[in-house]
Each structure stands twice: as C-alpha cells, then as structure tokens.
Ligand binder design. Structure first.
Ligand SMILES: NC(=O)c1ccc[n+]([C@@H]2O[C@H](COP(=O)([O-])OP(=O)(O)OC[C@H]3O[C@@H](n4cnc5c(N)ncnc54)[C@H](O)[C@@H]3O)[C@@H](O)[C@H]2O)c1
Length: 231
C-alpha cells in the first residue's frame, strides 16, 4: 500500500523501537496513521512514541513484549480489540539474526530464531487477522522477510529457515485473504544499515571475518532504513 493510504488507518507495527520498524512508524505516523507500537525494548519504544507525538502524530497504544510469547501477544490483541476495535494494517517487522555453520549452531540457536522470526509473526497473524476479516472493512498485512528469504547465502541456514517460512505464509495468505479485501505485502530487504548489523549473533564464524564481511556489505550496498529504494 502507498504511504498516502495510511491517513486515519489503525496500524500495528512490531519491532517499532529500532531500524526499519522505527523508520516505518515515523513515516506512517507522519502520514496520519493511528499507531499501535510494540517491541521488546521498552525504553526505545518510549523514545519512538515521543518522536511521533512531537510532530503531532498519533500513538494510540504501545506495549513492550516478546513476540515469541503467544500469551503476551494474545493479551495485547485482546486489549487493543477491546479498546479500539480491529486494526486496518498489521506489520510484522521485529526480527533477529543468527549466522552460523551447521556444525556449530546449537539447538537453542535454531529454536530462538524460529520462535522470534517465524512464530512471532504467526502469533501476530493468528491474533489480529481474524478480527480484521470479521470487521469486513478489508485491510493490509505486511511481513518483513529478507533477501535471505529468496535465496541461500553462506551461514544463513537458521535465518533463512525463518525468512523462507514467512515468505511462504505471505504468498499463501495473499490468495486466502484477497476475498476479504485484505492485501498482503512481502518485504525482502537486502542490506539496510540498522542496529541489526551490530547485533547479528555469529556462531562459530571467525568474528573478524564475519564483521568485515557484514561491514563491507553495509558500506557498499545498504540503504538507510528511512530510504525508499525499490530495485
Ligand atoms: N537490516 C537489514 O539489513 C535487514 C535485511 C533483511 C531483512 N531485515 C529484517 O528487517 C526486520 C527489522 O530489522 P532491522 O534491521 O530494523 O533490525 P533492528 O535490530 O534495528 O530492529 C529489530 C527490532 O526488533 C525487536 N525485536 C527483536 N526480537 C524481538 C522479540 N522477540 N519481540 C519483540 N521485538 C523484538 C528489537 O528490539 C528491535 O527493536 C527484521 O525482521 C530483519 O530480519 C533486515
């Protein structure tokens, strides 16, 4: 959906405290969306909400939670639906990154990234899309996957497992939700210069090599999170 379609729309953004989620919240707020913001990071979420309100934007709700925790997402959804009704736009942006070779990745690495990057968006879809369907006003679902959800890259097995999965869900929901007037957008960024670059968990990769590779990637290719660039 285009930015000028956000005016007056109730819009949930996960991962709103940083990077792409923060830039999206600021942009949607400027276009007149009523924002519902969530992230793990309470303090940074407060800062983003304050920035939106500083320019006269509307933040109707914010809540710090872990999207991998289904009960927490369900409680947030019940609170939002009770107080504000169903939403118009739902954006799954929160995510983490783990790089590693399969001989070094441990079970907890696989489990955590699946819990956050795949089950997190599923929890949000489960809790927010049925009420959107029931309201009968249409709407839009945005899922942020990755270029690593389109093709394989070294060290990205765990990350790609989640991002290919989110792409699969999105491609199916595009068909399933069309008859309800709900659009589905899949976003597959390449390199975006966000704090994620510094928080990538490297498992069994020489830290210097990994750091040099990611920095080279960012310096040569990455866009700023607020930049609109379509290739
Ligand atoms: N930066 C890139 O180059 C790039 C490339 C492709 C895809 N992506 C994807 O874009 C999305 C946003 O990434 P970003 O680059 O803005 O990163 P970021 O680290 O700047 O922002 C991610 C946000 O998600 C939040 N988050 C992490 N785990 C969470 C959890 N369990 N529950 C709730 N919130 C949680 C973090 O607190 C953070 O605020 C991610 O899904 C990422 O995989 C990023």
């Amino acid at each position: 959906m285009a930015l000028d379609e956000f005016k007056g729309r109730r819009c949930l953004i996960t991962g709103a405290a940083s990077g792409i989620g923060c830039a999206t919240a600021l942009a949607a707020g400027r276009e007149g969306a009523t924002l519902f913001l969530t992230d793990l990071d309470d303090a940074k979420l407060d800062d983003v909400a304050a920035s939106v309100r500083d320019y006269g934007g509307s933040v109707a709700y914010m809540r710090a939670l872990d999207i991998s925790a289904y009960e927490a997402v369900r409680a947030m959804a019940e609170e939002i639906h009770h107080d504000h009704g169903s939403l118009d736009v739902v954006m799954n942006i929160a995510g983490i990154s783990t790089w590693g070779t399969v001989d070094k990745l441990e079970h907890h690495h696989w489990q955590r990234i699946v819990d956050v990057n795949l089950m997190g968006p599923i929890h949000v879809i489960e809790c927010f899309i049925p009420p959107m369907i029931a309201a009968g006003r249409g709407g839009h679902l945005v899922n942020v996957s990755s270029a690593a959800g389109l093709f394989g890259l070294p060290w990205h097995a765990a990350y790609s497992a989640t991002k290919f999965g989110l792409r699969g869900i999105s491609e199916v929901l595009r068909f399933d939700l069309r008859r309800h007037g709900i659009g589905v957008s899949l976003v597959c960024p390449g390199g975006v210069d966000t704090p994620l670059v510094d928080t990538v968990e490297n498992v069994g990769i020489d830290r210097d090599v990994a750091a040099q590779e990611s920095l080279r990637f960012v310096r040569e290719l990455a866009a700023a999170p607020s930049e609109r660039r379509v290739r």
